[in-house]
Design a protein around this ligand. Structure first.
Ligand SMILES: Cc1cc2nc3c(=O)[nH]c(=O)nc-3n(C[C@H](O)[C@H](O)[C@H](O)COP(=O)(O)O)c2cc1C
Length: 227
């Protein structure tokens, strides 16, 4: 029996973070063209990644999904007015709404110091890196906002705290159908090589512990304090 298969490339960045943003956008544009994907979602807190996206992805519909207003500071929206104007004038759309995995789960964490289902889903997806969690989350948010169809592929782009380092191809679903979400392709993501503090050329065969802290203090701090 012949097995039908397809192959495609995954790019792994040796370090997470915003330095990878331009490359992520190039990778996404190329794959969108190959697959005929017409919509790209991008997580953007301040609008800086959204601005890069509308400039580099001309001809493709760009939907920038921001933090909810009040996410960091009550009443404050971090997406700047200046960046919103640039996105608008380049034909992009900015969506600001409740975070699909945070929302009332975050209220539970803040008020009662306990974790609810949204936190558990988010933490599970983060085993692929923060960008995977965010890419899935903004796709639900865009579907709930009525900005994407739930029967067509999109590409979702996100990062680790800022910028972009992850891109996936997926079919959106509404948040109430979360468990039907299908991640079809991983186009790029950070490699976890960055967690290793001393120089193994390849993955360890014994214990990681002797190489020091697995998570650099800054990343751990960011994870706890920001998200
Ligand atoms: C709704 C939403 C949720 C996010 N959640 C996380 C997260 O859990 N962990 C993380 O490292 N970054 C998170 N981010 C950050 C994004 O992945 C991305 O790096 C950032 O929004 C880019 O912002 P910039 O345009 O200011 O560069 C989130 C962003 C948004 C919009």
């Amino acid at each position: 029996m012949t097995v039908e298969l397809m192959e495609s490339k995954i790019v792994y960045f040796t370090k997470p973070g915003s330095d990878n943003t331009d490359e992520v956008l190039h990778i996404a544009r190329q794959r969108a063209n190959e697959l005929g994907v017409g919509t790209i979602l991008v997580a953007s807190t301040t609008g800086s990644t959204a601005v890069k996206a509308v400039e580099l992805l001309s001809g493709i519909k760009v939907i920038a999904v921001s933090h909810a207003a009040g996410f960091k500071v009550p009443g404050v929206l971090e997406f700047t007015e200046e960046n919103r104007k640039i996105v608008d004038s380049n034909g992009g759309v900015v969506l600001t709404t409740t975070h699909a995995f945070a929302g009332v789960s975050r209220a539970m964490r803040k008020k009662f110091n306990t974790y609810a289902i949204g936190d558990i889903i988010a933490s599970t997806l983060r085993i692929f890196g923060p960008g995977m969690k965010v890419a899935c989350e903004i796709t639900l948010m865009a579907a709930d906002g009525g900005l994407v169809r739930t029967d067509e592929d999109v590409i979702a782009i996100a990062g680790s705290g800022g910028g972009a380092d992850t891109a996936i191809v997926l079919v959106p679903v509404n948040s109430q159908d979360f468990f039907d979400l299908k991640v079809k392709e991983i186009l790029c993501k950070p490699h976890f090589q960055y967690l290793l503090t001393s120089p193994p050329q390849s993955y360890p065969t014994k214990s990681l512990i002797s190489w020091g802290p697995l998570i650099p203090p800054l990343l751990e701090k960011e994870k706890e304090e920001i998200y």
